[in-house]
Design a protein around this ligand. Structure first.
Ligand code: ATP
Ligand code: MG
Length: 257
């Protein structure tokens, strides 16, 4: 697929991007700056950024969004779900092919999604594919041919592991993608999503008053939908107990409702 941009963004940004707080705007703005740098700077033909943050925080969707907004002529998302069942060698070849295609275009963006999954990393052991690691390390550092430009956007939930593998240093910069951590941010998300009515939102805000939260946007969308299946009278109670069960309430100070 030389010189074409036919990524299926809808599957990566299934529920659009909700601007629930400053961290979202900051990540998108930083991403936009790197897009501009790749486009405009002749000194840095290769720019790479790692979006790192807890599981479910929205890293993949934000990486896809930044790449889509770049409107670069070549954009490819290299994702482990396209490589299920691939051998290590097949994986390396697939990744190499994506980069080789990218080098053929003047201006390209490659998203390397869920890097620890691409590496077959498992904490038990721990184990990973050294072959894929070495391939990625080389490709992350290799500038595109003269006159061409490349932006690489990686995502990971395991910054610590990538640090140990000495992959962190291969990226020009990192952007932290945090969880929703404040009640106001949760309320903003409800507002933008149109979830719960005014009264229910007020009840949730009261129940969570003074709490520190820690919940990823992807998980939040799931909990909202689960609670929405309940009888309206129990919705709020259900949602708050789901938050608790998820360990999304950092302190256990909890007002009963
Ligand atoms: P994992 O840790 O499993 O890889 P992830 O951090 O990559 O998860 P995504 O797969 O990007 O999370 O899921 C985020 C979901 O939330 C997407 O469906 C996306 O459309 C939606 N979403 C809504 N608002 C935002 C936002 N502000 N940032 C990111 N994603 C958002
Ligand atoms: Mg992801």
């Amino acid at each position: 697929a030389f010189g074409t941009n036919q990524e299926d963004y809808a599957s990566y940004i299934m529920n659009s991007i909700i601007r629930w707080g400053d961290p979202v705007s900051a990540a998108l703005e930083d991403g936009e700056l790197l897009v501009q740098q790749t486009k405009n700077s002749d000194r840095t033909p290769l720019v790479s950024v790692l979006l790192e943050g807890p599981p479910n925080s929205g890293k993949t969707a934000l990486a896809a969004k930044i790449s889509e907004d770049s409107q670069f002529p070549f954009i490819k998302i290299c994702s482990p779900d396209k490589m299920i069942g691939h051998s290590e060698i097949a994986k390396c070849q697939a990744i190499k092919k994506i980069f080789e295609d990218a080098y053929k275009s003047q201006l390209s963006c490659v998203v390397v999604d869920d890097i620890e999954r691409l590496l077959d990393y498992v904490p038990i052991g721990p184990r990973f594919s050294n072959m894929v690691l070495q391939a990625l390390l080389v490709l992350l550092k290799k500038p595109p041919p003269k006159g061409r430009k490349l932006l690489i956007i990686g995502t990971t939930s395991r910054k610590d592991v990538l640090q140990e593998m000495e992959m962190l240093d291969a990226f020009s910069t990192t952007i932290h993608i945090p969880n929703i951590s404040k009640v106001e941010q949760l309320m903003e998300a409800f507002e933008l999503l149109g979830s719960f009515n005014e009264k229910e939102r007020a009840m949730i805000a009261k129940a969570l008053q003074g709490q520190r939260l820690g919940i990823g946007i992807k998980k939040l969308l799931m909990l909202i939908e689960m609670a929405a299946q309940m009888d309206p009278d129990y919705r709020v109670r259900k949602f708050v107990s789901l938050l608790q069960e998820e360990g999304a309430l950092v302190s256990d100070k909890f007002v009963a409702i």
